[in-house]
Design a binder for this molecule. Structure first.
Ligand SMILES: N[C@@H](CCC(=O)N[C@@H](CS)C(=O)NCC(=O)O)C(=O)O
Length: 203
């Protein structure tokens, strides 16, 4: 299989983490895609131009990090990331969605901040900064949920990827006043699969 990624993409990181957790590194070739470039050859592979994108062994391509994670998790017939039944399962899904919502906003903010200064929208930058603040305050309250502790699940991976992406948004200073979330992030980041996929440098 081929997984198209960029090293800085937090969505690709979610899938890269699952690849490692599932012991699939030998079966999944990582390919760096040239995204957001006029006429990138990558558009011939994935017309949306987004990463992550998995080209399966049967040649069929799949978008969306969440969908790709479920596919990879089920390949061996022994899925470990399916939410458990009952209330606990809904908590995993609810918190994964809450983490994705934070991540989606951070991604818009990061994208806007990378545009040439004269093309940046101050309105979008302020809107996303305020959204991030609200969402991080909410996470400071939610992080004690038992779902966010114990064996790695998709809610934890998504939140770790979202918080890891703040490397590219240093002005956010998200750790200030959020001790529990900050401690959680430091703890979860020691997981070998998350450590191996952490963004390393400014883009
Ligand atoms: N909902 C998608 C989001 C993927 C996404 O937005 N990826 C960004 C990188 S972080 C991208 O490829 N952007 C390139 C573009 O918009 O052209 C997922 O979960 O996979």
């Amino acid at each position: 299989m081929k997984l198209y990624i960029t090293k800085a993409s937090p969505y690709a990181r979610i899938v890269r983490t699952v690849v490692l957790e599932k012991g699939l590194a030998d079966r999944v070739e990582m390919i760096s895609a040239r995204t957001r470039e006029t006429d990138s050859p990558y558009y011939g592979v994935n017309p949306s131009g987004r990463v992550p994108y998995l080209v399966r062994d049967d040649g069929v391509g799949m978008e969306e990090s969440g969908v790709i994670c479920v596919y990879l998790d089920h390949l061996d017939g022994n899925p470990v990331f399916d939410p458990p039944g009952g209330a606990q399962g809904w908590e995993v899904l609810r918190l994964d969605a809450l983490a994705r919502s934070l991540l989606d906003g951070l991604a818009v903010w990061g994208r806007e901040g990378r545009r040439p200064v004269q093309e940046q929208s101050p309105t979008i930058l302020v809107h996303e900064a305020q959204r991030a603040t609200r969402m991080l305050d909410r996470w400071e309250r939610e992080i004690g949920n038992p779902v966010m502790d114990g064996p790695l699940n998709l809610a934890q991976i998504t939140l770790a990827s979202a918080l890891g992406f703040t490397l590219f948004l240093p002005e956010l200073e998200w750790r200030k006043g959020r001790r529990r979330l900050s401690d959680w992030f430091d703890r979860v980041s020691t997981n070998p699969s998350l450590a191996a996929t952490a963004p390393q440098t400014r883009r």
